[in-house]
Structures are given as C-alpha cells and as structure tokens.
Design a binder for this molecule. Structure first.
Ligand SMILES: *Cc1c(COP(=O)(O)O)cnc(C)c1O
Length: 459
C-alpha cells in the first residue's frame, strides 16, 4: 500500500503500562469480562472510542493557556465564532458541553413546533434518544448498500432517497420535524455521505418545506472522502467541500470530541437566525450556561476554535483516513474479515465470520473484544447482539444483523507500530480461533446493558 506520511512529531509522551497475559486474565475476570469495567491504566492500546481521546496539538494547548474565562462575551468565544462562521457559513454558532447537549436543546423545539417524525440516514444512539425523549419518532433510512458488510461501495452512508420520499408521503410533511443527515454515518461503520446525496436530500426537504439538520461529528473525514471518491471534487479543498455541504442544510449539531479534536465540547449552528432560535437559546441558558460559553470553560472554547481548523488540514486528514486504511490492509494480510471499505474512524471486524462456532446469543463480537484484551491489552467493544438490549415488550434477546468488534482509532494518538501490534494480535487469535469461548450474561440492567453487564465464559 502507498506510503502515508504522519504530519507531526512527538513533543510530549504519556507512558502506557505493559502488562503480562496473566495479569490481564486476572483484570478482565475481576471486571466480570466487561471492558467498560477495566481501569484504563490496565489497558495498553485503547480502541474503545475515538471520542474525546485524541491528542491536542501544541497550538491547541497554547490557545488553552490564553483562554478567556469571562462569564459573557469572552475573547475565546469570539475566536470560536469567527472560525466556525468562516468554515460553515452559518450565522448563529452556539457552544455546548458535547454533541448530545446540542441535540437536547434542538429536538424538543423542532418537534414541538413542527411534528413528531424525524428521518435520518441513520441516527446515532444519543440523537435517537433525544428525538424519543422529546416525544418524537426517529426513522432510519440508509441506502441498502450500507447494510451489506461485504460490499465495497464509496458512499455507504447515503440516505435512501426513494424511501425518504415514501416516508414523507406516508406520514405527511406536516407531521415531520425535520431530516437529519449524519456525517460520517457512524452507526453503519463511519461510512461517508456523498455531496450528490446531500444535495438531493436537501431538494426533497425543500419541496416539502422541511428543515435539514446535519449531525456533523465527523464532518472533516466526510469532506475528505468526498475529495477522494466523488467525481469533480479531487481539486476542491476540504474547506470548500465543507462549505458547500453545509450550504444544503439549515442547522447542525456537532460533537467536537471527534473531528474538532478536543477532549470535550460541542456546537450547534443555525444558518439564519430564525423563529426557533429564541426558544433554543432559552434551553441553552437554563441547561448549559450563558450563550457565550454554553457549559464550557473559556480554555475549552479556545482549544475548539483551533481544533476546527486543524481537523480540516488535508495532510492530517490523509494521514487520519490513511491510518484506518493501513490497519485494514494489515488485516487483509491475515485474511481477517471486516466491514468494507474501512470507515473514517474505525475498523469493524466481522467477529461473526471470524468466530463462526460461537452462536449470536453468546456474543462473538464481545468474545473477540475480551480475547484481544487478553492477547495484547487492546480494549475494543462489541457492536453486535451484546450491544442490543432485550425486546422491551417480551424481554427476549434480540439478534443484531451483524456481529462486529469495533476498533475505533483515536486521533493523532497511536503510531503505526501500535497498529501493527493490533493486526498481529488479531492474527494470533485467528490462528486459535476455534478455542475462543462465547459468553453468557450473569447480571444485566434493564437498558444500555453493555456498559455495566457482568458476564462469564461459557464452557
Ligand atoms: C459522538 C456522536 C454524537 C454525540 O456526541 P457526544 O459528544 O458524545 O455527546 C452524536 N452524533 C454522532 C454521529 C456521534 O458520533
């Protein structure tokens, strides 16, 4: 594969502890075979999430020291406003403590004023939860390619346009609060959305008078995929691609813990200060804080202002997307199955195919995550039937369409040598795959069980 330069050098290091296999066996047993219950210091390479776990640059740390902690109208807020307006072209930019806070202040207002249904290419968990908490009904509408893990297609995150039209006709535009475009489409594996699909979705929305909301956590990775894969964009900068993409929407919510490379933060953007804004502002002030800090310290606003710009740097994005592709290519050497093509922020290993002797109700994705920890101290997580809660009505276990183990890659945090360790560890596990055991749950809460459930291996 082509050589991809890492566009930084290391100025400060954080030691990570190397543990023995015996120690890891004890730690994971004490954690009741649930990675969320491990202490992070007992983990060697942490691939649990790419959210808030990236490394900030020297420019971001320098900006933090100069953060303005004034209660209102601070300099750091205006720096953030200038940079965000410049990138997205939206009038009103509201900082919030993280992405879900933007969802929490937006969806109650939209749903109350416009209608109960909200349609998305695929809702992320928190977005889905906030639509439901506001009394709305989330509807997923991803293109069929998005659900076929073996199919190599460039824009598997796209909206299914025909299904979108059908949902609008069936429910009636007057009952629909808006359309959400998630970029990249996290829940189908960090798959991008094309400019053409965004434009077509916006045209449908406009015809029916519906607002379009971008769930923009990975806006920069999505822009880079458009540049690499969509005809006509190879020579367009990721900044200009972003500006065009956002011009088709009316509102965005954003977790800044992803592409804006901060440890904490979020944004809400509105293209034209219209009728909904005063109500949203009231919710921000009552729940998050005054509008010019929105639950963040001045230093967080300053780091975010810089991170937005750094996140769009094309040398950085080539390395970022290239790092995930590199790991995928190493897995190809071992013939380890994963969702193709690799997404922008993670490789989803197809544990169902790697461990075919483990039935879905013994959680192959979870079994592989435990095994990776024992093998090399790597923490990952199940995106499969363990993640699925029981049917709320019948209490039956539900089978996920695919049994994945997600390897999420934090930004600018691990080197290529770390990625080699991950690939080799998976290679070792593959060589003794038939000995890997399934798991059973010995205790679980009513909802969101994967965070706190206790398990044991099945003999
Ligand atoms: C992470 C994420 C969110 C929620 O953001 P938080 O900062 O974790 O609250 C929303 N949507 C998408 C697509 C995300 O990846």
């Amino acid at each position: 594969m082509k050589y991809i330069p890492e566009p930084f050098k290391i100025k400060m290091v954080e030691p990570i502890r190397i543990t023995t296999e015996q120690e890891r066996r004890e730690k994971i047993a004490q954690a009741h075979y649930n990675g969320f219950s491990l202490r992070a210091e007992d983990v060697y390479i942490d691939l649990q999430t790419d959210s808030g776990t990236g490394a900030m640059s020297d420019s971001q740390w320098a900006a933090m020291l100069r953060g303005d902690e004034s209660y209102s109208g601070g300099r750091s807020y205006y720096q953030l406003l200038d940079n965000a307006r410049d990138i997205f072209g939206y009038e009103w930019i509201q900082p919030v403590h993280q992405g879900r806070a933007a969802e929490k202040v937006l969806f109650p207002v939209l749903i109350e004023e416009r209608g109960q249904f909200v349609i998305s290419n695929t809702f992320f968990d928190t977005t889905r939860a906030h639509v439901a908490l506001a009394g709305g009904h989330p509807i997923d509408c991803v293109c069929p390619e998005g659900l076929d893990s073996g199919l190599d297609a460039p824009f598997k995150g796209d909206m299914d346009l025909e299904a979108l039209e059908r949902h609008i006709d069936e429910r009636g535009a007057e009952n629909i609060a808006g359309i959400v475009m998630t970029i990249t489409n996290n829940s189908v594996g960090g798959q991008p959305v094309s400019m053409a699909n965004m434009k077509a979705t916006a045209a449908i929305a406009k015809r029916h008078g519906l607002p379009v909301v971008i769930d923009a956590a990975r806006f920069a990775e999505n822009a880079f995929f458009i540049k690499e894969r969509e005809a006509g964009y190879a020579e367009v900068s990721t900044r200009d691609i972003t500006r065009e993409f956002f011009s088709y929407a009316d509102i965005f919510t954003m977790s800044a813990k992803k592409d804006a490379i901060t440890n904490m933060g979020g944004l809400l953007g509105v293209r034209e200060e219209g009728e909904h804004v005063p109500d949203v502002k009231s919710l921000v002030i009552s729940g998050e804080g005054y509008v010019t800090y929105g639950g963040l310290s001045g230093r967080d606003l300053a780091a975010l202002a810089v991170g937005l710009v750094e996140g769009l740097d094309e040398d950085y994005l080539r390395y970022r997307v290239g790092q995930v592709a590199y790991l995928a290519a190493r897995l190809d050497e071992y013939g380890i199955p994963y969702q193709r093509p690799a997404g922008g922020h993670a490789v989803f290993v197809d544990a169902g195919r790697l461990l075919p002797h483990i039935p879905w109700h013994q959680y192959p994705g979870h079994a592989l995550a435990v095994e990776l920890y024992v093998e090399a101290g790597i923490r990952s997580c199940d995106i499969g039937s363990f993640l699925m809660d029981r049917d709320p009505e019948t209490g039956e276990q539900q089978q996920a369409p695919l049994e994945f183990t997600r390897l999420a890659i934090p930004r600018r945090t691990y080197t290529q040598a770390h990625l080699d360790v991950i690939a080799e560890a998976l290679g070792h596990i593959q060589a003794r795959a038939d000995q890997v055991k399934g798991y059973e749950i010995i205790w679980e809460p009513k909802v969101l069980r994967h965070f706190t459930a206790k398990l044991r291996p099945v003999d």
